[in-house]
Ligand binder design. Structure first.
Ligand SMILES: *Cc1c(COP(=O)(O)O)cnc(C)c1O
Length: 353
C-alpha cells in the first residue's frame, strides 16, 4: 500500500504553447491581436495599493452589476469567475452531478473531458456530422447534462438559435451549458432563450474578444436559481477568486463598448479576407464565426505545414487526434501578421506542387 493509491490522478489539459520568440507570429491560442481598450491603461494607473492590503470584493459587485446592465439582466443572474475556465470548472462541479453521462461533441474544447475526468463525471461524446455540425437528436438521449461551445472550437462552426433551443427544450431536467467564448465575432448568443428556459447557462469570457486573456475574467449568465447554486459551490471552494485589479480593469474594459466593437469588427473583416486567401491557396475549411479558421489543405499534410510554419516562427495549433489530424487552427491576427502568413504559405506551397 502506497500513498499514491490515495491520490486523485488526472491527465491535465494541455494549453497551446506560449513561445516568446522575437518577431514571431503567434496564431495558436486565439488571443486578440490588438491591445485592450486605452481605458484599461488609465484604470491600471488608478489602482490603489492601499486596496491591495485588503481582501477583494468576493462578489466583484461592480463588474457583476455592469455585466448585468450590459446584457439586460439582473445582477442575481450573473456570476463572475477567474476566466471562463474557472466558471466552467465550477459549473461542471455544480450542475453535472448525475450518474448519467453528460453529453458534448466529439470534436470540441478539449478541457471538457478533463473536467469530467477530474470530477468523476461520466460522459459521452456525440459525433459531429461530416460538416462539423451538431446532430441535435444525439442530445435527446437520456443524460446528466449537456455542454458545447457555440460557435464550436476548434471548428469555428455556429449552430442556429433554433438548434440550441431544440436541445435546451428537450433537456429541461438537466442543465445545458452553452460556452460562448467566441460569440462576439459575428455569432448569435443564446441570451434571448434565458427568459424561457431556467436550465440554460451561458458562459462568456474577456479573453478573446475583449483582449484580456492575461487578466482572467469570465462570467456566466443564467436564471437566479442557477447562479445561486453556482455561487454556493464557489463560496465552498474559494471566496476570493477574482483579484482587485481584474475587477477594476474588467469594468473599464466593459464600459468602452465603442473600442470593443471596433476591434471585433476589425478581426471579422480580416477573417473574411483570410477566407478568400486560404481558398485561393487550396485550403478548405468549415465557415467560421470566430476569431480563427480550421483549415485543411488539398495536398499538403497539416502536420508538415505545422512544422514548416513553426520553423519560420509562425505558431498555429495542430492536434494529432482522430478526425482532426489533417487540420490546422489558425487564429486571426493583425492584417500584417496574416499577410506575412500568406506570403510564406504561397511560397511554401508553390515550391512543393
Ligand atoms: C478560450 C476558451 C475558453 C476559456 O477561456 P478563458 O481564458 O478561461 O476565459 C473556454 N471555452 C472555449 C471554447 C475556449 O476556446
Amino acid at each position: 500500500m502506497s500513498w499514491e493509491e490515495n491520490v486523485r490522478k488526472v491527465i491535465p489539459y494541455v494549453a497551446g504553447e506560449q513561445p516568446n520568440q522575437p518577431g514571431m507570429i503567434k496564431l495558436n491560442t486565439n488571443e486578440c491581436p490588438y491591445p485592450p481598450s486605452p481605458e484599461v491603461k488609465k484604470a491600471i494607473l488608478s489602482l490603489e495599493p492601499e486596496k491591495m492590503r485588503l481582501y477583494p470584493d468576493t462578489d466583484a459587485a461592480e463588474l457583476t452589476n455592469a455585466l448585468a446592465e450590459y446584457y439586460g439582466l439582473k445582477p442575481e443572474q450573473v456570476f463572475v469567475g477567474v476566466g471562463s475556465d474557472d466558471v466552467l470548472a465550477m459549473a461542471f462541479l455544480t450542475f453535472f452531478h448525475s450518474d448519467k453521462p453528460i453529453l458534448f461533441p466529439d470534436v470540441t474544447y478539449s478541457f471538457y473531458d478533463v473536467w469530467a475526468d477530474l470530477y468523476r463525471i461520466p460522459y459521452h461524446r456525440c459525433a459531429l456530422d461530416e460538416n462539423w455540425h451538431i446532430c441535435p437528436q444525439d442530445y435527446m438521449a437520456d443524460n446528466g447534462g449537456v455542454i458545447f461551445p457555440n460557435p464550436n472550437a476548434p471548428t469555428g462552426v455556429e449552430e442556429s438559435l433554433e438548434t440550441i433551443e431544440r436541445i435546451v427544450s428537450a433537456n429541461r431536467n438537466v442543465v445545458v451549458i452553452v460556452d460562448e467564448a467566441y460569440v462576439d465575432f459575428g455569432g448569435h448568443s443564446a441570451l434571448p432563450l434565458l427568459e424561457k428556459y431556467d436550465n440554460l447557462l451561458i458562459v462568456q469570457t474577456f479573453s478573446k474578444s475583449r483582449a484580456m486573456a492575461g487578466m482572467r475574467i469570465g462570467f456566466a449568465l443564467g436564471n437566479e436559481k442557477l447562479i445561486r447554486y453556482l455561487r454556493d459551490v464557489k463560496f465552498s471552494t474559494n471566496s476570493y477568486t477574482m483579484n482587485y485589479a481584474s475587477q477594476v480593469i474588467g469594468l473599464e474594459a466593459l464600459k468602452d463598448d465603442g473600442y470593443f466593437h471596433t476591434i471585433t469588427q476589425k478581426i471579422v473583416d480580416t477573417r473574411e479576407r483570410a477566407k478568400v486567401k486560404f481558398r485561393e491557396l487550396g485550403f478548405r475549411f468549415p465557415d467560421s464565426k470566430t476569431n480563427f479558421l480550421f483549415v485543411t489543405h488539398k495536398v499538403m499534410p497539416a502536420s508538415r505545414l505545422f512544422a514548416a510554419l513553426r520553423e519560420k516562427n509562425i505558431y498555429v495549433r495542430y492536434w494529432n487526434k482522430p478526425r482532426i489530424d489533417n487540420y490546422l487552427r489558425v487564429t486571426i491576427g493583425t492584417e500584417d501578421e496574416m499577410n506575412r502568413l500568406f506570403a510564406f504559405l504561397e511560397q511554401y506551397l508553390q515550391n512543393r506542387s
